[in-house]
Design a protein around this ligand. Structure first.
Ligand SMILES: NC(=O)c1ccc[n+]([C@@H]2O[C@H](COP(=O)([O-])OP(=O)(O)OC[C@H]3O[C@@H](n4cnc5c(N)ncnc54)[C@H](OP(=O)(O)O)[C@@H]3O)[C@@H](O)[C@H]2O)c1
Ligand SMILES: [Zn+2]
Ligand SMILES: [Zn+2]
Length: 346
């Protein structure tokens, strides 16, 4: 089926209207009319080939909300008219031990990304959510509560789950001191979740002007990472750091903030980092780890938690035609805290 979309044809090209082919509905497929799609910083890294893996034409978008408009004969989980979401994954083997454990993002056979993956039925690249409709295997379609504002729920599908998954994996809760590094799309959700889970949360930012907003989101303190005195005052005090910095950077000043047995989880920089100092790691038995998005069951758990606790993302809605200037604003850190595209404008 032919579907209207927005694509870029190369790393320096703007996104423009483009028609894509979606596969015909298979027995376990769901057809979704997309109403909203968030703009993740990964969309920009990928569209501009900053990770060196891009295939063109490229249609970004993996924070997708819409309504089911048709289902295949074997689908029982979703019904026509249901509000649903699709995140960064559209397929995996569902048989390996990672898939069995609900870690489909780490599928041993390789999971299929919503964009930039290989279309499992018709071949060619998978195309993301900057489009009118998408066809997705039912197991990868999430249920969205009607209690949630669909536009503000869209970024939960990537920014939300990427911050939720490490907080849950490392068992963060009451009694923990958590630092969230970078107040952007992932960071603002990291704050909301860590606060809701009962932790004491500190914002660690390069932008002092974001301090008031961070306090509104629930942090007890704001630490400006460029301020050496402030960094010294917090040395050795954090149980957990969620590092959302989107580019190569020096981890050492942040590592020094960790308390005994503390862990810093990298979710932002998907590229080589500056060298780490082993001495900072072995002092206080500190750990550095990474975490990639989240599995399907835990994404549903996060969405249900959001419906129960009234948690959504802080967004700015834009029309499809305004996507290119929006990309430039994300790179400058000039968005509070996620752009969401109104797909009715495509
Ligand atoms: N692990 C995963 O599975 C996964 C999933 C989704 C996204 N990502 C990646 O996560 C990163 C963050 O995504 P996002 O959408 O949250 O991006 P974003 O909205 O641009 O936020 C990133 C924030 O990091 C801070 N920052 C920017 N440049 C910095 C620098 N040079 N040094 C220190 N801090 C800096 C800024 O906050 P302050 O102004 O507060 O300093 C900025 O707002 C991206 O690289 C994205 O590709 C990873
Ligand atoms: Zn993303
Ligand atoms: Zn698998």
């Amino acid at each position: 089926m032919q579907v209207a979309a927005y694509a870029t044809q190369g790393p320096t090209d703007p996104l423009k209207p483009f028609e894509i082919t979606r596969r015909d509905l298979q027995p376990d497929d769901v057809l979704i009319d997309i109403t909203h799609c968030g703009i993740c910083h990964s969309d920009i890294h990928s569209a501009r080939n900053e990770w060196g893996r891009a295939k063109y034409p490229f249609v970004p978008g993996h924070e997708i909300i819409g309504r089911v408009s048709a289902v295949g004969g074997k689908v029982t989980k979703h019904k026509v008219g249901n509000l649903v979401g699709v995140g960064c994954l559209v397929d995996s083997c569902l048989k390996c031990s990672a898939c069995h454990d609900g870690d489909e993002q780490y599928c041993e056979k390789g999971s299929v990304g919503t964009y930039g993956g290989t279309e499992p039925v018709i071949g060619g690249p998978t195309f993301g959510g900057y489009s009118k409709q998408i066809v997705v295997r039912d197991a990868f379609v999430l249920k969205i509560s009607e209690k949630l504002d669909p536009a503000a729920a869209a970024p939960l599908l990537c920014a939300g789950i990427t911050s939720w998954s490490p907080l849950k994996h490392w068992g963060i809760g009451k009694g923990d001191k958590v630092g969230v590094i970078g107040l952007g799309g992932l960071g603002h959700m990291g704050i909301k979740f860590a606060v809701a889970l009962g932790a004491e949360v500190v914002m660690i930012t390069t932008s002092p002007e974001k301090g008031a907003d961070a306090r509104r989101l629930g942090v007890s303190d704001v630490l400006v990472s460029k301020d050496r005195e402030q960094m010294k005052a917090h040395r050795g005090s954090f149980d957990f750091l969620l590092n959302t910095v989107p580019v190569k950077h020096d981890l050492n000043p942040y590592l020094g903030l960790l308390a005994r047995n503390g862990t810093m989880v990298i979710v932002g920089a998907i590229e080589p980092l500056e060298p780490m100092h082993g001495g900072i790691l072995l002092a206080n038995r500190r750990s550095v780890a990474g975490s990639g998005i989240g599995g399907i069951a835990e994404t549903q758990e996060m969405l249900d938690f959001c419906a129960e606790h009234g948690i959504v993302c802080d967004i700015e809605m834009i029309d499809m035609k305004d996507v290119n200037p929006a990309y430039d604003r994300v790179v400058k850190g000039d968005v509070k805290y996620r752009f969401v595209i109104d797909m009715a404008t495509l």
